[in-house]
Design a binder for this molecule. Structure first.
Ligand code: ACO
Length: 323
């Protein structure tokens, strides 16, 4: 028998305010047509004044708990993937812990930018597989609107805010690829590419900073690295791309999503796409897409799902799981 981390609930939260592409036309030399054709993005949500990453993460976690039919008493650990925590410390995860009214267990953040949720899932899987926790809330939550340079048209039209969460539970499997739960993970990073995507501020430079990105350079790495990490994780899981029911990619750009699916030999009707409505929500994009995919009736129990993401670092990775 093999201890598996099985998804028993998914949930998400999006801030109320929706900003259509056309709104940017008033302040920037851009157009709905440019944003749509280059990125696939049509609209995004922005957090309200005073609404924070931990607030949104808590709402997503509550939705995941409700979907699983569990309460916070059942949770042993919380892992929050974010690059936009409320404060430098304590972690957003401990803030979520207190907002949920959870007074036991442990909570911590994972920071791997847009690959953050994949990293958080891999960590939660290790906690469950090693017996340190039976149930783990894994959350991706971001307020990227707070690190946008609103005069930089090449970045500020691409990002959005939101949160998504999964509740993972330890269950015994047979040790085969037919088991439900996380079957394989693959994580990578290469710090030589720091200058392609970064925030030009931080604690030790005593500033918050703004996101800076050489988008076309990141694009060049994306399809190749995403297809490669997904294929590695599939091989590790003992399955092939023909077995995949759903790719749930990081939602940065429809052209990257299409390119990766093509490279993996999979049609777009096997891909969950939310980039048009959410923009790039960094670490929140995969759990948001998973939750929306379930809500739409796309992802069903027993489906083989592969998630893949790349972001600042560069950091990238993939997780293969049976829903
Ligand atoms: N409106 C109009 N024109 C624009 C805009 C805009 N909003 N932004 C840039 N342009 C212009 C540029 O100035 C450039 O003009 P020039 O040719 O006169 O210099 C032209 O459009 C083309 O710019 P490119 O950057 O080459 O355009 P590209 O087709 O590469 O699309 C994009 C840009 C959408 C950013 C794309 O490169 C991309 O999606 N990259 C990957 C982003 C990504 O995946 N990031 C990783 C995750 S994010 C994270 O980790 C936080």
């Amino acid at each position: 028998m093999t201890r598996r981390a099985v998804v028993i609930g998914a949930g998400h939260y999006l801030p109320e305010r929706i900003v259509e592409n056309a709104e940017f036309e008033a302040t920037l030399d851009t157009s709905d047509e440019w944003i749509r054709s280059r990125s696939g993005i049509e609209r995004r949500h922005f957090a309200a004044e005073g609404e924070t990453t931990s607030n949104m993460a808590t709402r997503a976690a509550e939705a995941a708990l409700k979907a699983a039919g569990r309460t916070v008493e059942d949770v042993d650990a919380i892992v929050v993937a974010t690059s936009t925590a409320d404060l430098t410390f304590p972690s957003a995860a401990t803030m979520v812990q207190s907002q949920l009214g959870m007074t036991r267990g442990f909570a911590f953040d994972v920071q791997a930018v847009c690959a953050g949720f994949v990293y958080a899932l891999a960590n939660a899987n290790a906690l469950i597989a090693s017996g340190q926790a039976d149930r783990v809330l894994v959350i991706g939550a971001e307020t990227f609107s707070r690190i946008m340079d609103w005069t930089d048209r090449s970045t500020c039209v691409l990002f959005g805010d939101g949160a998504g969460a999964l509740l993972l539970e330890a269950q015994e499997g047979a040790g085969t690829s037919e088991d439900r739960g996380i079957l394989a993970t693959d994580l990578n990073s290469d710090g030589r590419y720091k200058d392609l995507l970064y925030v030009d501020g931080g604690v030790s430079t005593q500033s918050t900073g703004y996101l800076r990105m050489q988008g076309n350079q990141v694009f060049r790495h994306a399809v190749e690295k995403l297809a490669s990490t997904a294929t590695t994780a599939l091989t590790r899981a003992g399955v092939s791309s023909e077995d995949v029911d759903w790719i749930v990619p990081h939602q940065a750009n429809i052209r990257i999503i299409q390119g990766t699916a093509k490279k993996m030999g999979l049609p777009m009707d096997k891909v969950v796409v939310t980039v048009q409505d959410h923009g790039n929500t960094s670490a929140a994009s995969i759990p948001l897409a998973l939750s929306v995919g379930v809500e739409r009736g796309q992802i069903k129990p027993g489906d083989l799902v592969v998630t893949e993401a790349i972001g600042g670092g560069l950091a990238w990775g993939a997780v293969v799981l049976r829903w």
